[in-house]
Write a protein that binds this ligand. Structure first.
Ligand code: MG
Length: 318
């Protein structure tokens, strides 16, 4: 067990030798992307150097994102363009993990997809049939729509819900109708509620999942963080040792909770969604679920680790 288990220890307040010790306590790093490595397509200061240093130290590196709109290949391209030394195998995305989840269960029917091409392309890669994504707008009043336009396919065996900017009433109706069959699987890529932007809020996948959950009266299997299913390909073949794995994130109810659920060490960075003030709230909270959100260690941003890494490698007295 980590020395700092759920203490939210600020790494900047530790001595050099303690940080060096901490750096040696893990050999796998799983990191969230948005808010940790980059924001709006720009790498956060120092994050590229820190990740590449981890790799140079011989640690296994995985990028883990709940963003279901991108395939692994697209995420790889983005990471490489920003200067991260990663490979496609080092990328864990909900779209890929969803396809892998169905494949592992030998799914051989067709998937009704509420989402984007990130999902359909990953399904194509593992040879799973699916409906196309894109607009499916309401046609006419409800009675006319049901009589003339609503077509349900008989070969659908799963409904997958992710981020869908073309979400609509007909999609809700179809998904709920398919899910009326208890044998039809209900899989959600992730349940992130929303993406805060300056002056507005973009609904996240969780908003669409809740809508389908409500009208279908079913509970989905959630693939994305904080559900360990997203790490199934690492945990089940025992590719990694959870106790010697560090999970880095900026959102506690996805990233840090995933770390808690999988028995990983956890590092919260303050460059995105959650901050030290949130951790203070969870410390005071009486809800045991809130306690799970408290990380082992904390840094204002990932790049702050760079001087300590350089120091640990040179053995200098910084
Ligand atoms: Mg994030």
């Amino acid at each position: 067990m980590s020395t700092y288990k759920q203490t939210c220890t600020n790494l900047l307040e530790l001595s050099n030798s303690k940080v060096t010790e901490w750096l040696a306590s893990f050999d796998t790093v799983i990191t969230d992307c948005d808010g940790v490595l980059w924001i709006y397509g720009n790498a956060l200061e120092g994050s590229v150097d820190v990740m590449n240093q981890f790799k140079a130290m011989g640690k296994k590196i995985y990028f883990c994102t709940n963003n279901s709109t991108k395939t692994r290949a697209e995420l790889l391209k983005k990471g490489l363009e920003l200067g991260f030394r990663i490979t496609e195998e080092g990328i864990i995305s909900t779209a890929h993990a969803t396809a892998a989840y169905l494949k592992q269960r030998k799914f051989d029917k067709r998937v009704y997809v509420i989402g984007s091409e990130g999902i359909t392309q990953e399904l194509d890669k593992v040879g799973i049939k699916h409906t196309q994504c894109g607009p499916d707008p309401m046609q006419g009043p409800l009675g006319e729509f049901m009589a003339k336009h609503l077509k349900l396919d008989s070969d659908i065996g799963a409904v997958v819900v992710g981020f869908d900017e073309n979400f609509s009433f007909p999609k809700m109706m179809k998904a709920a109708s398919y899910l009326n069959d208890p044998k039809c699987l209900f899989v959600a890529t992730n349940t992130d509620e929303r993406f805060p932007m300056p002056n507005m809020v973009v609904p996240g996948s969780g908003s669409f999942v809740k809508a389908i959950q409500t009208c279908s009266e079913r509970t989905p299997t959630v693939i994305g963080k904080p559900n360990p299913a997203i790490c199934e390909s690492l945990l089940n073949p025992k590719k990694i040792d959870p106790a010697r794995t560090l999970m880095i994130g900026d959102r506690a109810n996805t990233d840090i909770l995933l770390g808690f659920n999988c028995g990983f060490q956890t590092l919260l960075v303050g460059s995105g969604i959650h901050h030290l003030s949130d951790v203070d709230q969870w410390r005071k909270s009486k809800d045991p679920e809130d306690k799970k959100l408290i990380p082992d260690v904390y840094l204002p941003k990932l790049g702050d680790l760079l001087p300590a890494i350089v120091n640990s490698q040179t053995g200098g007295s910084y």
